[in-house]
Design a protein. Structure first.
Length: 363
C-alpha cells in the first residue's frame, strides 16, 4: 500500500518520441521548456540566453526562425549549447526544411499552414533525413478560417479538430515522431481541449496556457491550467508562457512539477504567511533564504514556520525545519527531530549551512 495514496497521479503512458537526446512521452520525466526572446540572428546573444536557460534547468529550448538568416544561424547555435533546440516555424515550408538541415532537433509547425501536400511531404522528408521530430502547434489565436466559420469562435472542438487534421497529414506521410499542443490564453478552453485530445490520441502532449501574461498573473494562470491537467495524468512536456525573462518560465515550470511531487529541483521552502505570533521575521527570512539557496540544484524540502502552532508538524515532514520560539529561542529540526536552538540573528547562516551539508550527503 502506498504511504500517501491521495497523492498518487496515474499518468497516461503515451507514445515516446525523441527531441534530440531528450525523450518525451512514455514513462520519461516530464520535461520543462522555454523559448528565447533574442533575435536568432544574434548568434552570441541567443547562445548566451540558452546557456542561462540550461543553468536554470531547461530540458528543451525553442528559437524563432522567421527568415532564412535565422535558420542559417541555427547551425552555429546548436553546436554551442547542450539542450535540444526547437525551431519555431509558422508559414514558410522552406524555413522548416532549412531548420532541419541546420541541426534543429524539432520543428514547431502547424502542417495545415505549410501549404500543399507536396510541401508537407518535403518538410516530412527533411525531418526524417535529419532525425528531427515535429510539434503540431495548434493555437486558438491562429485557427484556420474554415474552423472559425464552422464553430464561430475558438472552442475545444475547433482546437481538437485542427489537431486531428494535422495528425492525419503527418500520418499520411508515414511520420509519427511528433507531439501536439492545443493552446489558448483561456484556461477553460485550454484544459477542455487537452482533455478531449488526450481521450482520442496517444501521441505525447506539450502543455501550456499560451500568452498567459506577466510573471505574477501568468504563473498563476499557468499553474491552474497545467497543474490541473498534470494532476489528471495528462501531459509529457510543459512550457509556462510568460511576458518575463525566459528563465522565469523554467523556474515556474519546475515549481509546478515540484508542487505536484512529479519532479523536483532545488530547495522547496514550506513557509507560513506570518502573523502576530511569529517569533522571527518570516517574510524577510524566506526571501533571503530563496536568494542564498538559489544555487542549490539537488531537491530538498525545508520548512520555515514562525510559531509553534504548525511548526513542529511541518518540520516532521521536511528534511530541515525551523519553528519560531519565545525569547529569541527558535528551534531547528533535522528530519523531524529537534536538533538545536538558534537565535533569530543566526537563522539565515545556520539554515544555509545545514542545507549545504545535507546536499553534500546526497551527492
Amino acid at each position: 500500500m502506498e504511504v500517501r495514496p491521495h497523492r498518487i497521479i496515474k499518468r497516461k503512458i503515451t507514445k515516446e518520441i525523441k527531441v534530440g537526446q531528450v525523450s518525451v512521452g512514455g514513462e520519461s520525466p516530464i520535461s520543462v521548456q522555454s523559448m528565447t526572446n533574442t533575435l536568432t540572428t544574434d548568434i552570441k546573444g541567443t547562445i548566451n540566453q540558452i546557456h542561462l536557460l540550461e543553468e536554470a534547468g531547461a530540458d528543451i529550448v525553442r528559437v524563432s526562425c522567421p527568415d532564412s538568416d535565422s535558420t542559417k544561424a541555427l547551425k552555429k547555435i546548436v553546436k554551442e549549447v547542450r539542450v535540444p533546440v526547437v525551431a519555431d516555424i509558422h508559414f514558410h515550408y522552406k524555413r522548416a526544411i532549412e531548420a532541419a538541415e541546420m541541426g534543429a532537433s524539432c520543428l514547431r509547425i502547424n502542417p495545415g499552414n505549410i501549404g500543399t501536400k507536396e510541401r508537407i511531404l518535403e518538410v516530412v522528408k527533411a525531418a526524417k533525413n535529419n532525425n528531427c521530430s515535429i510539434r503540431i502547434g495548434v493555437n486558438a489565436g491562429s485557427l484556420d478560417k474554415n474552423l472559425l466559420e464552422k464553430y464561430k469562435e475558438p472552442c475545444p472542438d475547433a482546437l481538437v479538430e485542427s489537431a486531428q487534421h494535422n495528425i492525419k497529414l503527418l500520418e499520411d506521410n508515414e511520420f509519427f515522431n511528433f507531439k501536439i499542443s492545443v493552446k489558448s490564453s483561456d484556461i477553460f478552453l485550454t484544459v477542455k481541449a487537452y482533455k478531449q485530445l488526450s481521450n482520442i490520441c496517444n501521441y505525447p502532449l506539450h502543455l501550456g496556457v499560451t500568452e498567459a501574461g506577466g510573471l505574477f498573473t501568468g504563473s498563476i494562470k499557468s499553474s491552474i491550467g497545467i497543474g490541473q491537467l498534470l494532476m489528471e495524468g495528462i501531459g509529457d512536456t510543459i512550457r509556462v508562457s510568460l511576458s518575463s525573462d525566459p528563465v522565469d518560465e523554467v523556474k515556474a515550470g519546475y515549481e509546478i512539477l515540484k508542487s505536484l511531487g512529479i519532479r523536483s529541483r532545488g530547495v522547496n521552502i514550506i513557509s507560513c504567511p506570518s502573523c502576530a505570533r511569529q517569533a522571527f521575521p518570516v517574510i524577510e527570512t524566506v526571501k533571503l533564504l530563496e536568494e542564498k539557496l538559489a544555487h542549490i540544484k539537488k531537491p530538498i524540502n525545508i520548512s520555515i514556520i514562525g510559531c509553534v502552532v504548525n511548526g513542529p508538524g511541518e518540520a516532521a515532514q521536511t528534511e530541515i525545519g525551523l519553528t519560531g520560539g519565545g525569547q529569541d529561542s527558535n528551534l531547528l529540526y533535522l528530519s523531524g527531530i529537534p536538533h538545536s536552538k538558534v537565535p533569530s540573528s543566526e537563522i539565515i547562516n545556520r539554515v544555509v549551512k545545514l542545507v549545504e551539508e545535507k546536499i553534500k550527503d546526497k551527492i
